[in-house]
Design a protein around this ligand. Structure first.
Ligand code: SF4
Length: 212
């Protein structure tokens, strides 16, 4: 993507959705962290269904520990890979209680030290809970960044570092949400809906998908 197209690309996405939000439901940094941890290879809708029952009963690290592993599994067993996710979440809760006073830490290193928390999860928490301009590259962002030429890269990390470098500062806070939503609903995996895409004039992808 030409450098001069990057700002209008994001201005267009911003105009359509000025305050984008994660589709995961949460009300505290810990609820967000737990929801992101549960969301790997699962849909946000499925995670929300489970956390709507879990969080009124247990929404702090100590309360999750008090549920016990089996108790926690009972709430999340509709989510894929729930056994390993339950184990990771329990271990993460133990570390949060023992090392962080039951609070979610605010640095990447401390977040990534938690079981089940990788770079992407840390990026989501830093961005959504703490307002850091991080780029959590998921499958949608990876695809959109490559297809459009915005931040081409062979690995999620390569794409992330290019986004951090090339996205204009005023769009950095919300960039990853705009890209996720754009990838989820317009620049979809199998055949992008280019004919109704607002950012088509700035995108390198060729040939553009014509209207059906
Ligand atoms: S024009 Fe097509 S390929 Fe480019 S961003 Fe839009 S939907 Fe994606």
């Amino acid at each position: 993507m030409k450098k001069e197209n990057i700002a209008p690309f994001f201005a267009t996405l911003q105009a359509a959705n000025p305050e984008p939000e994660t589709e995961l439901e949460y009300s505290t940094p810990f609820e967000l962290l737990a929801a992101v941890l549960l969301s790997a290879q699962a849909t946000d809708v499925g995670v929300n269904k489970a956390t709507r029952k879990l969080y009124p009963v247990a929404n702090t690290p100590q309360a999750i520990l008090d549920l016990g592993l089996e108790g926690l599994e009972g709430y999340i067993k509709t989510i894929g890979l729930y056994r390993s996710k339950a184990r990771h979440l329990m271990e993460a809760c133990r570390m949060l209680v023992e090392q962080h006073g039951g609070e979610v830490p605010r640095t990447r290193a401390e977040l990534e030290a938690l079981p089940g928390v990788g770079r992407k999860t840390a990026n989501v928490v830093l961005n959504v809970a703490f307002g850091e301009p991080t780029m959590a590259v998921d499958t949608h962002i990876f695809r959109v960044s490559n297809r459009t030429g915005l931040a081409p890269g062979k690995t999620p990390l390569e794409v992330e570092l290019k986004l951090v470098k090339h996205v204009p500062p005023e769009y950095r806070l919300h960039a990853h949400h705009w890209l996720i939503l754009h990838g989820r609903y317009v620049c979809v995996a199998r055949k992008p809906l280019c004919w109704k895409c607002a950012v088509a004039p700035y995108c390198d992808y060729k040939p553009k998908t014509p209207a059906p």
